[in-house]
Design a protein. Structure first.
Length: 176
């Protein structure tokens, strides 16, 4: 699963090589216009095929399916609480803000704080990798860790990738 923000990790020239990219009036790539699934599918397939690994990858944008799904109890509670916070904020005379949960509390964030003053574009928001939800999610992720590069582990992992140990290190060590 990929988030569209991964496109910011590519050099613009790299994206231009793989995709017809549309830019906004400030010259920034329009992330919503990039067929990121197709680009990533092509790059991953090319990498795997170069090592003799044949897989079928299907790219699927699941935005609509997620938005159209029936709400679960968490969704109902979350939106009820945001609505409560919004009404309370408005009754106190507040305007020009979005109600959010921040550190477990309802908070109003002024719209002006959400945008870059120079461009008027939304500020990039990164995941807090020290937060409990992230740390819990990370525990369930399958990912390379430092221990994987120890001599007793790396041989098996490199073999599974159809790579020599040195080649595997050169390709993936930067991740950890």
């Amino acid at each position: 699963m990929l988030a569209e923000g991964i496109a910011n990790k590519f050099a613009p020239e790299e994206l231009l090589r793989h995709e017809c990219v549309e830019k906004d009036e400030t010259g920034r790539v329009r992330l919503s216009e990039i067929q990121l699934g197709r680009v990533m599918k092509m790059l991953v397939n090319k990498s795997l095929e170069s090592r003799g690994i044949k897989v079928t990858i299907v790219d699927k944008n699941i935005g609509y399916e997620l938005r159209a799904a029936n709400p679960i109890p968490f969704d109902a509670e979350y939106t009820r609480n945001l609505g409560y916070g919004a009404v309370k904020f408005l009754l106190m005379g507040g305007t020009g803000s979005m109600i959010v949960f921040y550190e477990g509390k309802l908070k109003s964030v002024p719209f002006c704080e959400m945008f870059e003053p120079e461009t008027g574009k939304p500020k990039m928001r990164y995941v807090d990798i020290t937060s409990e939800p992230y740390l819990v999610g990370r525990e369930y992720m399958m990912r390379l860790e430092k221990e994987d590069f120890k001599p007793e582990n790396i041989k098996k992992i490199a073999a599974a990738a159809n790579m020599r140990v040195m080649e595997f290190k050169q390709r993936f060590l930067y991740i950890v």
